[in-house]
Design a protein around this ligand. Structure first.
Ligand code: NAP
Length: 265
């Protein structure tokens, strides 16, 4: 299955991160990238200097084997209407537009094969997570091949689960940053300076994530390893894992994100 050239309809924050990540990983050559972007940022300009075709004539679009739809959800229909007539009949569409369903995408792109992917912003550093859904296993495989160099790929068994995956992983980096903020604020309340508290919170989360990445153990096992019975961590966890602690709070937060995705969809 030939994946390249890869056309990006929209190379803003996410589209540019994916395109740059693919080139950086050596998965796609820069001159196999075609980028349609009205306001190219520095990453896109750098790719163009390395040979990516930026805003070429419409006749070039028919060369694309894979088309990544990476515009804001509210403009996807207009973009599909503009570009679909210029694509090859068998080009594969990979959409990262939150909440836009494959049946609607398939219709708007003239029945071309479609896959949906929900990536996290860490694709920019090759440490993303990408939830994937496609009805056809070949489209799923194509989306997996595109994102595997940049992300830990998770296959979803049902398109309806895309909202839940988005609520856990797409929005997840924000939860972790909020945790760091809350740890820093708690450190200040316990008497640390704002600078020391912020440094400690940030570096602790980075270190814990790095250990978790290296370890085959579950997060639960890692937590137990650093919690001596009757010690200080155990005292904190009694609060954090109590009846009104992190568990119910996170469940409510993820449910709110899912509900919002349904409203937007
Ligand atoms: N950011 C994330 O964390 C994240 C995570 C997962 C999925 N997503 C999805 O990724 C998609 C893009 O999000 P984003 O954050 O990357 O938004 P963004 O930075 O606004 O990127 C969209 C880009 O598309 C460009 N565009 C507008 N009209 C166009 C047209 N007619 N043809 C081609 N390009 C056009 C926009 O240009 P202008 O500057 O002119 O508007 C913009 O640069 C969204 O659907 C979102 O749901 C984002």
């Amino acid at each position: 299955m030939t994946m390249t050239p890869v056309l990006f309809l929209g190379a803003g924050r996410m589209g540019a991160a994916i395109a740059a990540g693919l080139a950086e990983a050596g998965a796609v050559r820069a001159d196999d990238l075609i980028l349609i972007e009205p306001h190219p940022g520095p990453d896109v300009a750098a790719l163009a200097r390395r040979g990516a075709r930026l805003n070429p004539g419409r006749d070039v679009l028919a060369q694309a084997r894979t088309v990544v739809l990476a515009v804001k959800p509210q403009m996807w229909r207009a973009v599909a209407e503009t570009y679909a007539p210029h694509l090859a009949a068998d080009a594969r569409i990979v959409s990262i537009a939150a909440g836009v369903r494959t049946d609607a995408l398939g219709k708007a792109f003239g029945g071309r094969p479609v896959a949906r992917v929900m990536p996290t912003t860490a694709v920019a550093v090759g440490k993303g997570v990408a939830s994937i859904w496609a009805a056809d296993p070949r489209d799923r495989a194509a989306a997996r091949a595109l994102f595997a160099p940049l992300a830990h790929v998770v296959d979803l068994p049902d398109e309806d689960l895309m909202d839940a995956a988005t609520a856990v992983s797409g929005s997840g980096p924000a939860y972790v940053y909020a945790l760091v903020e809350a740890m820093a604020e708690a450190g200040v309340a316990a008497g640390l300076s704002a600078t020391a508290a912020a440094e400690l919170a940030r570096a602790t989360v980075i270190g814990a994530a790095a250990l978790m990445e290296k370890s085959p153990e579950t997060p639960e096992a890692l937590r137990i390893q650093v919690t001596s019975p009757g010690g200080t961590t155990a005292a904190a966890l009694q609060v954090l894992q109590g009846e009104t602690g992190l568990g119910p709070l996170m469940t409510a937060a993820v449910a709110a994100a899912v509900a919002r995705a349904r409203e937007l969809g």
